[in-house]
Design a protein around this ligand. Sequence first.
Ligand code: HEC
Ligand code: HEC
Ligand code: HEC
Ligand code: HEC
Ligand code: HEC
Length: 321
Amino acid sequence: MKIIPIYILLVLAVFLTDYFIFNSYAEQEIPAIDTEASCITSSCHDSMGKKKYVHGVGVNGKHCTKCHKVAQKGEHTFTMPSKAVEICAQCHSGKYIAPSDIKGKPPLIIAGDDIFEEGQETQFHEPFAEGKCTECHDAHESDYYLHLKGSYPGNFYATFSLEAYGLCYNCHKDFRKVLTEPRTLETTAFRNGNLNLHYRHVNKRKGRTCKACHHPHGSDKPKLIKESFMFGIRNLSINFEKTETGGSCAPTCHVPVKYDRYEPIEVLMKTTPAEGEDATDAELRESRKIDLLRMKEKMENKDDGTAVETPDKPEKQSGNQ
Ligand code: HEC
Ligand code: HEC
Ligand code: HEC
Ligand code: HEC
Ligand code: HEC
């Protein structure tokens, strides 16, 4: 056996002590929370703030504590905001006055056509009603418009692509199917007979986006349908009315139209020819039976979450450290 020269042991010992001391310094240095210093430095959280859409306060090293409170004084432990809505409301709800040391004016939350207020008579989208803002918006940053957690076009028109509506598929798993089949008797209630009206409006070169009709926070109208929408600089009404078996709208873009799932209404509008075959009367009667059964099941078993999955823990966004 070779004897390890003593000088190597010495070097090793010096290295090891240095290493431990360095680390204990480091450990002491990180916990000393200096509220005046930035949390983003070349060695800490340095990957933050590099995505395409940033939430100013979420990537500003001086504002981290607006949402993460120091959990143990003097230590590098922070609380994770649990009820997102409360931290978001500090700045985005008219009920509170946003802190004055932040850059920019936080826009107030809109639901439907109005600025959101508590007690407002609005039918909210379930995740919004439950205060789960961060199911849809990343609190720090993302590659999508409004730092959303999936793709979602911000304009009235968009050329259809399956990838464009990732945000909605996060929970509405079957919507890819809705947007790609011209005829259906089951995947969507927005249909005239078996003519899929989601497909008709969205799946085109100049397709309307979800935003043309829905507001993802809520609306005074059923099914998150907006009362009006901005078309260029004009504000146009939709006048949506829901019926038991369909609905109608009188938008300024075309003559008033109705749809009915079981007794399809003849549309006299000049439009592009419909793809696929009309359902037969027997098929329509059968689909009504199935829908009634599903509705009954849903009423009886309110939270079985058939079509929609709400992930408790959305997929971890990586690279925020
Ligand atoms: C300390 C104040 C503050 C808090 C807390 C806060 N925000 Fe913001 N937010 C702002 C400011 C200021 C802006 C506008 C400047 C910007 O976009 O960075 C903004 C912008 C936004 C925008 C983009 C609006 C646009 O038109 O680009 C969204 C969406 C948003 N915040 C969502 C949230 C959510 C969700 C939360 C809770 C997780 C939240 N905010 C918490 C201050 C805040
Ligand atoms: C507007 C509120 C808000 C601000 C400001 C904010 N965060 Fe967060 N942060 C959150 C929320 C909410 C989560 C939980 C993750 C989620 O729900 O998306 C989180 C999670 C985290 C995590 C856990 C890993 C992850 O990304 O899920 C780290 C680390 C983090 N934040 C660091 C920071 C740092 C550093 C800053 C300042 C540069 C900061 N945060 C500013 C709201 C905020
Ligand atoms: C189901 C997904 C979803 C949830 C949940 C959600 N948002 Fe949004 N939010 C969106 C989308 C999509 C837009 C863009 C709306 C548009 O352009 O039509 C938006 C827009 C915004 C805006 C820009 C102004 C506006 O209201 O149009 C703010 C601010 C905002 N959200 C904050 C919040 C806060 C705070 C919460 C929680 C109380 C929340 N959001 C919950 C999807 C969501
Ligand atoms: C975090 C999960 C989640 C996301 C993301 C999400 N939704 Fe929902 N959505 C739900 C849940 C839960 C329901 C209630 C389901 C039910 O009643 O069967 C719902 C219901 C709806 C309804 C029917 C509302 C009603 O009154 O019956 C519409 C319309 C809708 N979502 C549109 C959208 C659009 C557009 C998007 C993309 C911007 C989206 N959703 C993204 C969870 C989500
Ligand atoms: C032209 C207007 C319009 C557009 C564009 C539109 N929707 Fe809808 N959507 C409706 C109407 C109307 C209903 C209600 C149908 C009913 O219950 O009678 C509806 C219902 C829904 C529902 C409830 C389940 C169902 O299909 O019946 C979801 C979820 C939904 N839409 C998501 C979306 C998403 C995601 C987009 C964008 C890809 C979108 N919608 C685009 C008008 C529209």
